[in-house]
Design a protein around this ligand. Structure first.
Ligand code: ADP
Length: 620
């Protein structure tokens, strides 16, 4: 593909333009040359034809002077000592008759002095008879014994003609000259055929016959003044000024072949451009004349021009096709490049995808490993948490041991008294009273059993998977466990609870509530108004359990550290600082939360959010 930088474009255009001109010019030249060749061929034939015609025309009359030499009447007029008028008349009539028969212009006889003795035109007033033609070269030639042939313009009538002269002999001696004047101009029209012109020039280079009358008696070559003088004196062309034929340009192409630019007659010089001709010249037999045929080059030039135009048009079309082809190739190349770029981009994309996939697989593996580690950590944490829960429980139990002991000691003391009394009533036979005592004993034992059962269940270590818990049951259990503390000092408990099942172990929920309620009781201990409020609300798929007290509330520095393990404001031996940390941990573990706030009406509020069990089941 050819890609040309923009800055070379003007040069390229110049080269293309130059080529176009060169092709046009070359085609013009070649076409013109071949046209000239063709014209030369046909011109040669035509020239030959005209020349033959002219030669035969001249030949036709060459015998006439010889005939005169055989005629008695002619010889008589030349030899008679007194030729006038008898022999002359006879000779005149003879010549007149002969002239008619041979269709020549004039036939006449000249004596050795050059005087015309008899002529075919003797009847005319301007007859040659008596004229002195001794100066005529044809006469002089014939007198020498040769054949006088020349073209000349008649001195009497200024009529041009071809003169054929022959010496007339008697007894081997020249006694006179016979002359035949022939008019050849009847041939001229036949030369004007198919645009061509022709002329005949004599040995002096003077045009004597021409298809174009204006050219007649013009010279082809400039004549020197001496020669001009000489010709004028010979009266050969009478008084013709013999101007030079205006050939604007003359270029020799071959032997007898020239190219002429000739100012045609009728046009104003300078306005009428010279016409181009092919000039073919041939010598004529038996004379020193030359026949020139002029064929106009107009059609050749026209053909050459149209051929050049065709060649230029062809070249232009070729250039356009080349440009179009190049543009098409550019478009194809651009498309190919775009496709390649697309393929490259595709393969890059694929490579990137593969790399990303590999990265993703690696990060997936990493994540899996992290998840495994997290699970391990969680397990460890859970174990630790369980340990802590257990520790917390034990701590709570430790804290509560005094009150528990107090709680158990009371029924025990009552039991001791009642059992002693019952034995006495039995001994006395007061069975009803004994029975009533036993009933009371039974109730006391049941109550003690309840205390221990809840303690056991509180202290129990949870290892089972996450279970379900009843909020109401857990609240009951927690309140029951903390019953002694709720009684002294007395605390008003407000319960706004409905039963709902949440997703957490029953014991854990109980433990959380024991922690929260225990803390509330601790906070309210020194307060004049002690009110504990438990309320429950369902929010979406969660259960929100609020434990609110009427204590002093949570100062900011405490609230920000509430859930830190071992953060406590309680005196040593009373608090471990584990309760809230564990409770929050247990809530988060099942997807819930524990938050603390100071509500508008004073005191502190802990909100425990836990997922509803039913929802979870539904989701499963
Ligand atoms: P402990 O009860 O062993 O101190 P917790 O983690 O249960 O540990 O409680 C941490 C601290 O939070 C308590 O020492 C107390 O200062 C504060 N606190 C907890 N509940 C309340 C409450 N209802 N009102 C005021 N302060 C509270």
């Amino acid at each position: 593909m050819l890609r040309i930088p923009k800055r070379f474009l003007p040069y390229l255009l110049a080269v293309v333009f130059g080529l176009m001109l060169a092709i046009g010019y070359t085609t013009y030249r070649v076409s013109e040359n071949s046209g000239i060749e063709a014209l030369t061929d046909s011109g040669t034939r035509q020239l030959e034809l005209h020349a033959r015609g002219l030669e035969s025309e001249i030949d036709k009359y060459s015998f006439v002077p010889n005939i005169l030499g055989l005629e008695e009447r002619i010889l008589n007029v030349l030899t008679s000592p007194d030729p006038f008028p008898g022999p002359q008349n006879l000779a005149n009539r003879y010549l007149e008759e002969l002239n008619q028969q041979t269709s020549t212009s004039t036939i006449y006889v000249i004596n050795t002095e050059g005087r015309v003795l008899a002529s075919s035109n003797w009847r005319r007033a301007d007859s040659y008879v008596g004229e002195d033609l001794s100066f005529r070269d044809y006469f002089q030639e014939a007198l020498k014994g040769g054949q006088g042939r020349s073209y000349g313009v008649g001195t009497t009538r200024a009529e041009p003609g071809y003169y054929l002269a022959q010496g007339l002999k008697k007894d081997g001696k020249i006694i006179g000259v016979a002359v035949v004047k022939v008019r050849l101009d009847q041939l001229e029209p036949s030369w004007q055929w198919a645009d061509t012109d022709a002329f005949v020039s004599d040995e002096n280079g003077v045009i004597i016959l021409a298809s174009e009358p204006e050219w007649k008696l013009h010279t082809l070559n400039p004549l020197s003044p001496a020669r001009r003088e000489e010709l004028a004196r010979s009266l050969r062309y009478y008084w013709a000024p013999l101007p030079l034929l205006q050939v604007a340009q003359r270029q020799a192409l071959d032997v007898g072949l020239e190219r002429w630019a000739l100012q045609m007659p009728g046009g104003v010089k300078g306005v009428n451009r010279p016409t181009d001709f092919l000039a073919q010249t041939r010598s004529l037999k038996d004379t020193s004349w030359k026949l020139t045929l002029l064929t106009p080059l107009k059609t050749v030039r026209k053909t050459a021009l149209s051929n050049a135009a065709l060649a230029v048009a062809g070249f232009v079309i070729l250039v356009i096709l080349l440009v179009a082809w190049n543009e098409r190739r550019k478009v194809l190349a651009a498309r190919f490049a775009a496709r390649e770029a697309l393929e490259r981009a595709n393969s890059q994309l694929e490579r990137k995808i593969a790399e990303r996939t590999a990265d993703l697989i690696a990060s997936n593996d990493r994540l899996k490993a992290e998840i495994r580690e997290r699970q391990l950590a969680e397990n460890t944490l859970r174990k630790a948490q369980d340990g802590l829960v257990q520790a917390g429980k034990l701590a709570v139990i430790g804290q509560m041991s005094t009150s528990i002991a107090h709680e158990l000691n009371q029924p025990l003391a009552a039991l001791r008294t009642l059992s002693g009394n019952t034995m006495k009533f039995l001994a006395r036979g007061k069975l009803e009273t004994a029975s009533a005592n036993l009933q009371t004993i039974n109730e006391l034992v049941e109550r003690m059993g309840k205390i221990t059962t809840s303690l056991r269940s509180f202290a129990r270590k949870s290892t089972e998977p996450i279970g379900e818990a009843s909020v109401l049951q857990a609240a009951d259990a927690a309140l029951f466990l903390l019953q002694p503390r709720l009684a002294s000092p007395p605390v008003k408990v407000v319960r706004e609870l409905d039963d709902c099942r949440v997703l957490i172990d029953q014991t854990r929920l109980e433990q959380i509530l024991v922690n929260l309620i225990g803390n509330a009781l601790d906070a309210m201990q020194a307060c004049p108004r002690r009110e504990l409020q438990l309320s429950l609300r369902l929010v979406g798929e969660n259960c929100r359990l609020s434990v609110r007290d009427s204590g002093p509330g949570l100062p900011e520095e405490v609230r920000s550290r509430l859930f830190e393990p071992f953060f406590t404001t309680k005196p040593e031996g009373r608090g471990l600082g584990l309760g809230l940390a564990l409770s929050a941990g247990m809530a988060t573990e099942v997807g819930g939360s524990l938050i603390a706030q100071n509500p508008d009406g004073g005191g502190a509020e802990f909100i425990l959010t836990l997922p509803l069990a039913a929802v979870k089941q539904n989701h499963d």
